[in-house]
Ligand binder design. Structure first.
Ligand code: AMP
Length: 193
């Protein structure tokens, strides 16, 4: 299986690059942000609880997102691989994912980390908010909080995979196809479990 963690701050282009990867590699896309928004839309108890965090730009508690990912993985008995988008966002989430995948006799193949500077992120997110109406992309204070949360709570996840020799960093500003090309080159070098 080819299991990818697509990593980067909000606005780095994870969703855009995921769409291309899913198509070319036939991977199952698991985005905790998308899953949480679906729960919120359906007004499930989980979605209502999660929204209290999402609307402030804070992280939803680890056990909630880990449980969601655990259930989703079980839905796909024989996948070519998973692309994890927006997950793991904390070291405990990364640890839990390793355990979960080990139960399925597999592991993360690589983390692709997209690197984009702060000002560009804020600009991209405000544009996305204007285009999509997504509330947490429209308020500059919430956007800034999300980037701070990323720097404080999520960045250590890159070290977690670096220690496992699984970190591939890609510069995330430029033509979408050129960035994708860099990702494809990085993927051609990874070990598949
Ligand atoms: P995203 O669409 O990935 O930017 O996620 C939107 C929001 O959902 C985040 O700001 C968090 O509030 C929440 N969220 C998504 N994924 C996670 C995660 N892995 N851990 C905690 N909270 C998450």
């Amino acid at each position: 299986m080819l299991n990818i963690v697509l990593f980067g701050p909000p606005g780095a282009g994870k969703g855009t690059q995921s769409a291309k990867l899913i198509e070319d590699y036939g991977l199952v896309h698991l985005s905790t942000g998308d899953l949480l928004r679906a729960e919120r839309k359906a007004q499930t108890p989980l979605g209502i609880k999660a929204n209290q965090y999402i609307e402030k730009g804070n992280l939803v508690p680890d056990e909630v997102v880990i449980g969601m990912i655990e259930n989703k993985i079980k839905e796909y008995p024989n996948p070519k691989g998973f692309i994890f988008d927006g997950f793991p966002r904390t070291v405990p989430q990364a640890e839990a994912l390793d355990v979960l995948l080990a139960h399925h006799q597999t592991a993360i193949s690589t983390m692709i980390a997209l690197e984009v500077e702060y000002n560009e992120l804020v600009e991209r997110l405000l544009k996305r908010g204007a285009d999509s109406g997504r509330a947490d992309d429209q308020d500059e204070n919430i956007i800034k909080n999300r980037i701070n949360v990323y720097n404080n709570e999520t960045l250590p996840v890159a070290d977690f995979y670096k220690k496992q020799n699984k970190l591939a960093s890609i510069y995330g500003i430029g033509e979408i196809d050129e960035i994708y090309n860099q990702i494809s080159i990085a993927l051609s070098k990874v070990k598949v479990f």
